[in-house]
Design a protein. Structure first.
Length: 145
């Protein structure tokens, strides 16, 4: 990526090495944290990794869920700073996308958005919504990685 033609910010250096190493936590805004925990744990099979109070007086909660064995986590947050539930999107990998589609399709409370599909250079995938309208795309892992 070229910086030619881009004005440099005063005092900013592009030669400073970042200490960012990975995408570890993504965050969804949800209307009801406990209902979201139930959906991700009981419907999608995620583990509850954290549910701890934080903030002044401990009035807020830090909640993380993740698929078993995953290092990346999903934080489930109540609306803050004017945010609304829903509107987020993540991709998760499944070793059997068609089997996972059939399993979730058989459950009454899962909103499937699309049937499994793939294309030239696009892995097999389908999309569902959580109860707050956040999109979860289930993707077949790339065997080359």
């Amino acid at each position: 990526m070229s910086s030619e033609g881009t004005p440099r910010l005063e005092g900013m250096s592009t030669s400073t090495k970042s200490t960012i190493t990975t995408i570890g936590v993504t965050m969804f805004t949800v209307a009801d944290v406990d209902a979201a925990i139930a959906f991700y744990r009981d419907t999608l099979g995620f583990e509850l990794r954290a549910d701890v109070p934080f903030g002044p007086g401990g009035e807020m909660r830090w909640v993380e869920v993740a698929p078993p064995g995953s290092t990346a986590r999903l934080s489930l947050n109540p609306p803050m700073m004017g945010s609304e539930p829903g509107g987020g999107s993540i991709g998760v990998e499944a070793t059997d996308v068609r089997g996972e589609y059939e399993r979730l399709k058989a459950l009454e409370d899962v909103q499937i958005e699309s049937e499994p599909m793939s294309g030239d250079g696009v892995p097999l995938l389908f999309t569902l919504r959580d109860p707050d309208g956040n999109h979860v795309t289930v993707v077949e892992p790339d065997p080359e990685r």
